[in-house]
Write a protein that binds this ligand. Structure first.
Ligand SMILES: *[C@@H]1O[C@H](CO)[C@@H](O)[C@H](O)[C@H]1NC(C)=O
Ligand SMILES: *[C@@H]1O[C@H](CO)[C@@H](O)[C@H](O)[C@H]1NC(C)=O
Length: 380
């Protein structure tokens, strides 16, 4: 649509908020120089490793120009000028959030992602989808035995071993839990057989309505959220998981078309893994990619780098992803020097984050990444 008719987007409160935030950010970040190059247009700062981070004033003040670039880059279409004006307002507010995230999380790069026209609430409803049981504090059921953590490699990445499929896209459907589950099953199947298959999220979205054994309200509900541990229980009960080609992803909950004849992988059992991040690393190396839950609050504006925010709620887990590896030298300004990190596969396509991946610092229970970890066992 054409934007001419829609300039009236209540500029005063938005600009006022932006100005307040700019003054706060220039105090805490020491500099408000403008980044010059074109390539920075989608970032709110320039280099992530500079001592003084630069908040792009031009990004905040040239909001509508940036919005037009955003609309173009991501082929956004809005129904009418009212919707356009509304989305521009949301975009402006998200620029402020990105700048706040940048200040709180200086070793990651935050900026304009494909999700900048969604409010935080819309974003969580559409692009996350873990329904968290209340009792995450208790010891999980099906817990794995303690493993020896001596002699673990400094760096490990299942992608290099061919155990991870291409980054997928859940779309506007709270089905992250299904992608997290298929990722873990794909990895376990690869380790058992040496064959990598794309497995079907849609089967889980359409057919799985299992509820947690302890938290009876935490049920798998297609695009309305779910839990990876419920999904393993469903797969054990149903008899297995079809592949992507025989049961392709539509991004909407439909009638269950599961065909037991077309099962590609059977699930034998699963286990949940303790909070200790060294144990998590040992299980990752031993069992393959692990399904994990985390708090995705910093992910809406994440472009790259190691996310190591000063504050990130640990109990509020809303997103299911796949842990595929770790490294030991991620740089963190807030934690003074090089810190270990996790490598996480997301399901928001390759245009988000580091070609679809997220790195988050390791050893701090960051964003609750250690609180909902599971491994699955397949039979060939
Ligand atoms: C599944 O794993 C748990 C431990 O994680 C074990 O106690 C249980 O016996 C296993 N069940 C089967 C059917 O292998
Ligand atoms: C998985 O599907 C994607 C997209 O269709 C394809 O490019 C990729 O090669 C597939 N991977 C495997 C291991 O079959």
């Amino acid at each position: 649509m054409t934007p001419q008719t829609s300039r009236r987007w209540k500029p005063i409160p938005v600009i006022f908020t932006i100005l307040i935030h700019i003054s706060i950010l220039s105090v805490c970040c020491g500099s408000t120089d403008l980044p010059g190059e074109e390539s920075n247009i989608f970032r709110v700062t320039d280099s992530p490793n500079r001592k003084f981070l630069k908040i792009g004033l031009d990004h905040l003040l040239g909001t509508e120009d940036n919005f037009k670039l955003f609309v173009q880059k991501y082929n956004k279409e809005y129904a009418d000028s009212e919707e356009y004006a509304h989305r521009l307002g949301v975009f402006a507010a998200n620029l402020v959030r990105a700048a706040e995230h940048q200040a709180l999380d200086p070793t990651a790069i935050h900026g304009i992602t494909p999700f900048m026209d969604l409010t935080e609430e819309e974003f969580q409803r559409m692009y996350t989808g873990v329904s968290m049981p209340g009792g995450l504090d208790g010891r999980p059921d099906h817990e794995e035995e303690v493993m020896d953590t001596s002699g673990l490699p400094e760096y490990f990445d299942w992608r290099e071993k061919g155990a991870v499929t291409d980054v997928k896209m859940q779309g506007a459907c709270g089905s992250c839990w299904a992608f997290s589950t298929t990722g873990a099953v794909e990895g376990a199947h690869f380790i058992a057989t040496g064959k990598l298959l794309n497995l079907s999220e849609q089967q889980l979205v359409d057919c799985d309505d299992i509820c947690d054994e302890k938290e009876k309200e935490a049920c798998d509900k297609g695009c309305g959220g779910g839990l990876m541990t419920n999904a393993y229980r469903y797969l054990i009960k149903a008899g297995g998981l079809q592949d992507e080609a025989s049961y392709p992803y539509t991004g909407k909950k439909g009638e269950c078309k599961f065909d037991p004849e077309k099962v590609a992988v059977r699930v034998a059992n699963f286990s949940t893994i303790s909070l200790d991040e060294n144990q998590i690393a040992a299980h990752l190396v031993q069992h393959g990619p692990l399904a994990v839950g985390l708090n995705a609050v910093f992910m809406q504006t994440y472009l790259g780098g190691v996310s190591c925010p000063l504050i990130c709620g640990k109990k509020w887990i809303n997103h299911g992803v796949l842990l595929v590896g770790y490294g030991s030298r991620g740089f963190s300004i807030l934690r003074f020097g090089y810190r270990p990190y996790w490598i996480i596969k997301n399901s928001w396509g390759e245009h988000w984050g580091e070609a679809g991946y997220y790195r988050v610092c390791r050893g701090y229970g960051m964003c609750g990444v250690n609180r909902m970890v599971s491994a699955v066992v397949t039979t060939a």
